[in-house]
Write a protein that binds this ligand. Structure first.
Ligand SMILES: C[S@@+](CC[C@H](N)C(=O)[O-])C[C@H]1O[C@@H](n2cnc3c(N)ncnc32)[C@H](O)[C@@H]1O
Length: 239
């Protein structure tokens, strides 16, 4: 089937092999009209067309923004940062982390192995690693694959706290307003959001006030929040 062949073609290089297949197909289908790509046509013929080349470049660019971005940002948080996060939150017994990456491997030890953790990410590799860790350490909760862009409507577990660390920007880069869409589905006493202060492209620092789109979204929806900086991150504690 041509859609599958396009997906394989775009995945191409090994660097994108961890890419969620459904996520990729959704991004392809969003752009087929723009480039007049007929997914019922023979793939070999399609591949020769100039408009296919443009379409291919466009999708790779979107994917680089989303996937490339998180691969580049690998810095670990210090123990001190996690302790400060914990102090800001106060006492809690359960967490839902959306787009957790591998950070739970750092923080579960610090926040406590007695708490319940629902850990989600679109990356299969990260979830696999976290599942192993949870099993070995007998951690309560679950690690599962979740695509917060396309499946924002899925039922999520109810917890005391929700983490959205350094991931909303990648949703916004696919479509403006997608963070708000996700946000409206979230239910917790506290939602803690962070953004990296290291700009994704040029390595230039993003000023705090630069998150005005996010602040506007919070005010518009009547959320009250406190913000603070820790290391290279800006945090928003939303109640
Ligand atoms: C920069 S990393 C941050 C990881 C972790 N939250 C942290 O701050 O240490 C961004 C994470 O968001 C995940 N991600 C990107 N798009 C996603 C989506 N649509 N749904 C769920 N997770 C996504 C990536 O796989 C990656 O693990």
């Amino acid at each position: 089937m041509t859609l599958q062949e396009i997906a394989e073609d775009i995945k191409g290089k090994r660097s994108l092999s961890d890419l969620d297949e459904e996520f990729l197909k959704s991004r392809i289908l969003e752009k087929v009209d723009k480039y007049k790509i007929d997914v019922n046509k023979d793939f070999k013929k399609l591949k020769r067309k100039d408009r296919y080349k443009e379409f291919f470049k466009d999708i790779r660019k979107t994917l680089r923004k989303i996937y490339g971005v998180y691969r580049e940002i690998k810095e670990k948080r210090s123990k001190k940062t996690y302790l400060e996060i914990q102090e800001k939150i106060g006492s809690f017994s359960s967490v839902l982390d959306i787009g957790c990456g591998l950070s739970p491997l750092e923080y579960i030890e610090i926040f406590g192995k007695d708490k319940t953790y629902y850990l989600t990410d679109i990356s299969k590799e990260s979830i696999k690693e976290i599942k192993n860790y949870m099993q070995e350490n007998k951690i309560k909760g679950k690690a599962s694959i979740f695509n917060a862009f396309d499946n924002y409507n899925d039922k999520l577990p109810k917890t005391d706290v929700i983490f959205l660390f350094r991931m909303l920007e990648s949703l916004e880069s696919i479509e403006k307003g997608s963070s708000e869409r996700l946000f409206k589905k979230l239910k917790a006493k506290i939602i803690l959001v962070s953004f990296s202060k290291i700009a994704l492209n040029q390595g230039e620092e993003i000023k705090k006030k630069g998150r005005s789109w996010f602040r506007r979204m919070l005010s518009k929806n009547g959320y009250s929040f406190e913000d603070f900086d820790l290391e290279d991150e800006i945090f928003f504690l939303i109640k």
